[in-house]
Design a protein around this ligand. Structure first.
Ligand SMILES: Cc1cc2nc3c(=O)[nH]c(=O)nc-3n(C[C@H](O)[C@H](O)[C@H](O)COP(=O)(O)OP(=O)(O)OC[C@H]3O[C@@H](n4cnc5c(N)ncnc54)[C@H](O)[C@@H]3O)c2cc1C
Length: 592
C-alpha cells in the first residue's frame, strides 16, 4: 500500500478516524479508484499499544511523551488564572479511533435533527440511523432495532468487568435517586438511566475495534489504496478555475523538500478539528484578514474557517479503594504476564477492557435544578427542557488513575453542551508553526455550575460504593477545614441512607476553584469547518463541499455545526459513512 505514483483519483489530507471510513468504503466499492491517504503520524497496524484496550489510558495520560499525539498550546486564560490547557489530537493512522478510550456512546437523535434544521437536509437522525446500523456489529447483549449486526466495527461488553463498575452499578441500584436502569444506554431514545457502557472492542478477540483496521488495513490486497505515513500536508493546490487538483506535503520535517501529489477527481481534507481549518487557511480558504496577515493569497473568503470550536468539559476526581480492588493501576498492569497471557489466549481479562464500564447520562430533576440555581434556569429552559434525550452531564467509572497509585480510581464526569465556544487559526503559512487556539473553557458561569453539580452528584454515589475508602485529597477540591465536605481517608463507605453532604458557599467556591484549576477537554473537539449556510459562517455545504471552490470536501468532526451530547467517535464514523455515500453518488459508484 505504498504510494506508487504521484497521480490519484482521490487524496485524503489526514488519515484519521473519518478518513479511514470514507476511503475504505470507496476503495471496497470500486477497487479501481486510486486513493491516497496522507497521514502525519505512523502506522498503528497490529501494534499492541493500539490494539490492546487497557493500554489506551497509559498512552493518553502520558500524551506529551507519546508520538501518537500532537500537542497544541492554547491561549492562557485569565478566567483560569493564566492556565492554558493544551489541546491535543491523535497522530497516527486511524487518528482518535486508534488511541481513544473506546467508550461507545451514541449522541442523542435530537442533536442530528438540530444539525438538519440549520439547513442541512439529509443529516437528521432518521437519515443517519441506517448508517449507525451499517457501521457496527453489536455484541453487547440484547440490541434493539437501532443496532447493527454485520458492520465492520464491533461493540461489546468485553471479557472483563472491573470491581469499580460492579460497585457503581450495585450502589446505584440501592441509591437510584429517581433514576432506573437500562440494558442499552444507546438505543437512541434513553436518557437519565444507569447502565453498563459498551466498548469498541471485539468480544471474540479482545482487540480494539477501530476504523484503521476494519476499513483500511483489511484491504492490503488493493494496490490502489495507498497510505503515506509521516507525511505532513501543507496545503491544497488549485487550478485557475479554483478547482482542487492536489496537495503539497513534506515527509522529512520542516526543512525537507515540499512534494506534490495530484488528484484528478477530489481532494478531501480530513485532518481533524484542529488541523483541517489550518490546512484550509494555508490553502487560501478562510477569513480574508487572517490570510492577508500571513501573506497567503485568498482563494475563498470564508470567515467561518477555524471558528465555532467546541468540546466538552471534563474532571476526574479520584477515590481511594479497598485493598482487594483490582484496577488498571498506574495503567501498567497490561505489562503483567498473567494478564498478557489471558489476553493472548482468548482476548479476555483486564487487558480486554478500557476500565470505563458503567455510567449514567444525567438530566436534572426539580430538586437538582434548585441545586443548579436560578443562574442556570435560562440555559435549561432555552436548550434542554424540551429535548428529553439531551443529558447535561455524563458520569462514569474510571478503573485506574494516571499517578501509578494502587487501588485508586475515578468517578469522572464530562459536561455535554458547554456554552464556551473558541477558535483555531494558523499563526503563519508554515505547516510546522504552532496554531493559535482559544478554548473558552469556562468563560460561562453556566458551564461552571454544571461541573459543580456533577461533582456533588458523582461524589454522593462514589462514597456509597463498597470499594470506597475515602477521597484522594490531591484529586479533589480543597474544602475549608472543618467543612462537612472535607476530603479524607475512610474505613468504608457511608450508609446508603446517609444524609447527603451539605455544601456551604465556601465549599461551592472551593469546587469552582478546583474546576478552574483542573477541568479540561475530554478530547471531543469539533466544529471548526462547520456545515452551515455560507452566510451563517458556514465552511461546507450539506454535501461537504467547501464554499467558493470545487473538487474539495472536508470530512471529519470539524464539519459538525453544533455540539453532540456524547463522546464523539460514533459521530465521526457516521460522518465518514455519510461522506462515502455522498462521494460515491457524485462519482457514479452504485453502492458503498
Ligand atoms: C485520548 C482520546 C480518547 C478519546 N476517547 C473517546 C471515547 O472513549 N469514545 C469516543 O466516542 N470518542 C473518544 N475520543 C474522541 C474520538 O476518538 C475523536 O473525536 C475522533 O476520533 C475524531 O475523528 P476525526 O476523524 O475528526 O479526527 P482524527 O481521528 O483526529 O484524525 C485526524 C488525523 O489527521 C492527521 N493530521 C493532522 N494534520 C495533518 C497534516 N497536516 N497532514 C497529514 N495528516 C494530518 C492526524 O494525525 C490524525 O490522524 C477520544 C479521543 C482521544 C484523543
Amino acid at each position: 500500500m505504498d504510494p506508487p505514483t504521484a497521480e490519484y483519483d482521490i487524496i485524503f489530507a489526514g488519515g484519521g478516524t473519518t478518513a479511514c471510513v470514507t476511503a475504505g468504503r470507496l476503495a471496497s466499492a470500486d477497487p479501481s479508484l486510486r486513493i491516497l491517504i496522507v497521514e502525519n503520524g505512523s502506522s498503528s497496524k497490529d501494534s499492541p499499544l493500539h490494539v490492546q484496550p487497557a493500554r489506551w489510558a497509559a498512552n493518553a495520560f502520558a500524551a506529551a511523551q507519546s508520538t501518537t499525539f500532537s500537542f497544541h498550546p492554547s491561549n492562557p486564560s485569565a478566567k483560569l488564572n493564566g492556565r492554558a490547557p493544551p489541546a491535543l489530537n491523535a497522530n497516527c493512522v486511524g487518528g482518535g479511533g486508534s488511541v481513544n478510550a473506546m467508550i461507545y456512546n451514541r449522541a442523542p437523535p435530537s442533536d442530528y435533527d438540530d444539525w438538519m434544521r440549520l439547513g442541512n437536509p439529509g443529516w437528521g437522525a432518521a437519515d443517519l440511523l441506517p448508517l449507525a446500523k451499517k457501521l457496527e456489529t453489536y455484541q453487547a447483549g440484547v440490541g434493539d432495532s437501532t443496532h447493527g449486526s454485520s458492520g465492520p466495527i464491533k461493540v461489546s461488553h468485553t471479557g472483563h468487568e472491573t470491581d469499580i463498575a460492579k460497585a457503581f452499578l450495585s450502589t446505584a441500584a440501592g441509591f437510584p435517586r429517581g433514576r432506573s436502569f437500562t440494558e442499552d444506554l444507546n438505543d437512541f431514545r434513553t436518557c437519565n438511566v444507569y447502565g453498563k457502557v459498551p466498548q469498541y472492542i471485539d468480544a471474540e478477540t479482545g482487540r480494539r475495534s477501530d476504523t484503521a483496521h476494519h476499513y483500511v488495513y483489511n484491504q492490503a490486497h488493493n494496490q490502489n489504496l495507498c497510505i503515506l505515513t509521516n507525511a505532513r500536508v501543507s496545503r491544497v493546490i488549485f487550478d485557475d478555475e479554483k478547482r482542487a487538483v492536489g496537495i503539497e506535503y513534506q515527509t522529512g520535517g520542516k526543512s525537507s523538500v515540499m512534494q506534490t501529489a495530484r488528484a484528478s477527481r477530489l481532494v478531501v481534507v480530513s485532518a481533524g478539528t484542529y488541523c483541517s481549518p489550518a490546512i484550509l487557511e494555508r490553502s487560501g480558504i478562510g477569513a480574508k484578514e487572517i490570510l492577508e496577515k500571513h501573506g497567503i493569497p485568498v482563494v475563498s473568503d470564508l470567515p467561518g474557517v477555524g471558528e465555532n470550536y467546541k468540546d466538552h468539559r471534563v474532571a476526574f476526581p479520584f477515590y481511594l479503594g479497598s485493598e482487594n480492588v483490582v484496577t488498571l493501576s498506574g495503567w501498567t498492569s497490561e505489562q503483567d504476564e498473567d494478564f498478557q497471557s489471558q489476553w493472548l489466549r482468548g482476548g479476555k481479562g483486564l487487558i480486554a477492557t478500557n476500565g470505563v464500564e458503567a455510567a449514567i447520562k444525567l438530566r436534572p430533576n426539580e430538586k437538582d435544578l434548585e441545586q443548579l440555581t436560578s443562574s442556570f434556569t435560562s440555559r435549561w429552559e432555552t436548550f434542554y427542557a424540551n429535548a428529553a434525550d439531551k443529558p447535561i452531564t455524563f458520569i462514569c467509572t474510571l478503573a485506574g488513575n494516571p499517578l501509578d497509585l494502587p487501588h485508586v480510581y475515578g468517578v469522572a464526569y464530562f459536561t455535554t453542551y458547554p456554552m464556551g465556544t473558541g477558535y483555531v487559526h494558523i499563526t503563519s503559512a508554515d505547516p510546522f508553526s504552532p496554531l493559535e487556539i482559544e478554548i473558552a473553557l469556562l468563560d460561562h458561569d453556566e458551564d461552571l455550575l454544571v461541573l459543580r453539580w456533577s461533582y456533588k452528584w458523582s461524589r454522593e454515589l462514589a462514597r456509597r460504593m463498597d470499594t470506597y475508602r475515602g477521597e484522594l485529597i490531591a484529586g479533589h477540591p480543597k474544602f475549608p477545614e472543618g467543612s462537612q465536605a472535607e476530603c479524607k481517608e475512610a474505613k468504608g463507605p457511608v450508609e446508603i441512607s446517609a444524609a447527603e453532604i451539605e455544601y456551604s458557599a465556601a465549599d461551592n467556591e472551593a469546587i469552582d476553584e478546583y474546576h478552574l484549576a483542573n477541568a479540561g477537554m475530554p478530547w471531543h473537539a469539533l466544529g471548526t469547518c462547520a456545515m452551515r449556510p455560507r452566510e451563517e459562517s458556514g465552511v461546507v455545504d450539506p454535501q461537504l463541499n467547501v464554499y467558493g471552490v470545487t473538487g474539495l470536501k472536508v470530512v471529519d468532526l470539524s464539519i459538525a455545526p453544533l455540539n453532540v451530547g456524547a463522546n464523539t467517535y460514533h459521530t465521526a464514523i457516521l460522518i465518514g459513512e455519510k461522506a462515502a455515500m455522498l462521494i460515491a453518488r457524485e462519482l457514479g459508484i452504485a453502492e458503498v
